[in-house]
Design a protein around this ligand. Structure first.
Ligand code: EPZ
Length: 429
């Protein structure tokens, strides 16, 4: 429950990246020695991945300070059950490591999610290029390596929407133990993929072109254990910066990498939202009494956004940006190229009085001086965070239901917003 109207002020420390720690945890299946991640975020999804790894036969220790240690000494099971995989799409990331380590993987097809079908064709294309036989039966993907094991190959992993983050991660993790050289063309360049590469190299993998669209992997016999701290969560950082910008306060996000948010910060500049940038922090600057009806919230300049793969504007910040533009003094055009259906938040924002019209992959946002609080329903992880942001800037009380979506990707969101001065509480639904 959120009472709108408070300017947020203060500092928030950014946690380890969810979309880095999940594939990194799966990478532990490639080695018989422990993999330690000292800064794993304490998220629901990390718990789900821990459950899945234990079901596969790995041991997973989670420490009070957030650290997690996984040991996949073996014997391992090659079967990832539907009951766990359906809870989290990122479970698909165990496919590549199981195939590489055991020569066989039997992983339930991940469900779709609220914003689309979310195919995995390039994942399977990559495994087949490495010599695996892949078939889908009874809702499971069954992948089997040839007798002599996977063989290095050249493969193009581009989709109709650009590169694939977990597609690159999955094929990469299969290739590190394949015999010979693998070249992945049109690899995803997201910082989380680069982070996974660095973790695999720390475990003994041979990878060139890290961070570029072409990854060259020379297979090795086996990988060892490692300790790998994941990168900060750029989407969490962008979400808290939006909270500061939308309430006109001074919010400093720390322990993060501004370079990972260059597209988002570029749009902030375009929208006339003031901020300062340091080596590992960004701070929104207070905005004078704005032209808003009640001097709150401040009104950004209308600013268009098209979502793209990294380093373009991240689709995971699209809902947050739309929420900011609901208060702009003009019309903004948002074009969601990565997930054309990622607009579950539009109907909910409309309940707060927002004026957003969809036209295919595009949403046209007519900004308004104020929105009025209402009951709204969370749907997917990032849209849900955007509804909380909307409540911070709306007049009166907003109640967001089904907040378990938010806990999947944001650690202690209400405690951290309260520390910034937000009037927000969590109640039993
Ligand atoms: C990752 O999902 C993230 N999840 C998503 O974050 C993020 O939105 C997405 O990348 C895009 O950045 C994790 O990293 C765990 P994709 P992923 O494969 O890998 C199409 C969040 O909120 N595609 O890069 O599943 C696909 O339909 C989540 O933290 C194919 O066509 O995304 C989409 O349109 C939500 N065929 C586009 O590519 C394939 O085989 C990008 O998808 C694979 C993908």
């Amino acid at each position: 429950m959120i009472e709108g109207g408070a300017r947020l002020d203060g500092a928030v420390k950014i946690c380890g990246a969810k979309n880095s720690v999940l594939p990194v945890m799966a990478a532990a299946l490639l080695a018989e020695q422990p993999l330690r991640v000292p800064n794993a975020p304490q998220l629901h999804d990390v718990g789900t991945m821990a459950v899945l790894l234990r079901e596969l036969g790995a041991s997973v220790e989670r420490y009070a300070d957030g650290g997690v240690e996984i040991c996949a000494e073996g014997p391992l099971s090659d079967k990832a059950p539907w009951e766990t995989v359906r809870k989290m799409r990122a479970s698909i990331c165990v496919l590549g490591p199981l195939l590489a380590r055991l020569g066989r993987a039997d992983v339930s097809l991940p469900g779709g999610c609220v914003f689309g079908v979310r195919p995995i064709d390039v994942h399977l294309k990559g495994f087949e290029a490495l010599g695996a036989k892949v078939r889908v039966e009874h809702g499971f993907i069954v992948a089997e390596a040839p007798k002599g094991g996977l063989r290095g190959a050249e493969v193009f992993l581009g989709t109709a929407f650009g590169s694939s983050v977990t597609g690159t991660a999955n094929v990469l993790m299969a290739a590190v133990l394949a015999r010979g050289r693998t070249v992945i063309h049109y690899a995803a360049c997201e910082p989380e993929v680069e982070d996974l590469c660095r973790c695999l190299v720390a475990m003994g993998a041979k990878i060139e072109g890290i961070g570029s669209p072409m990854l060259v992997i020379d297979g090795v016999e086996r990988l060892g254990g490692a300790t790998h701290a994941v990168i900060p969560d750029r989407i969490e950082a962008g979400t808290y910066l939006s909270a500061g910008a939308m309430t006109g306060g001074r919010v400093r996000v720390t322990d993060m990498r501004p370079v990972h948010l260059s597209a988002y910060l570029d749009r902030m500049r375009e929208a006339g939202l003031p901020f300062e940038c340091g080596p590992d922090w960004v701070e929104t600057q207070p905005q004078q009494e704005s032209s808003g009806a009640h001097g709150f919230p401040p009104r950004p300049r209308p600013t268009d956004v098209t979502t793209q793969t990294y380093p373009g504007f991240p689709t995971d910040l699209q809902a947050q940006w739309m929420t900011q533009m609901c208060f702009a003094d003009g019309v903004s055009v948002i074009n969601e190229v990565i997930y054309p259906d990622r607009y579950m938040h539009v109907a909910e924002l409309a309940r707060l009085g927002a004026q957003v019209r969809r036209q295919g992959t595009t949403a046209i946002v007519q900004g308004k001086a104020s929105l009025s609080g209402a009951k709204v329903m969370a749907s997917d992880l990032r849209a849900s965070a955007a509804l909380v942001l909307a409540g911070l800037a709306a007049q009166g009380k907003t109640e967001v239901y089904r907040v378990y979506h938010i806990d999947r990707g944001y650690e202690k969101i209400e405690q951290r917003l309260i520390a910034l001065g937000a009037k927000i509480t969590r109640a039993k639904e």
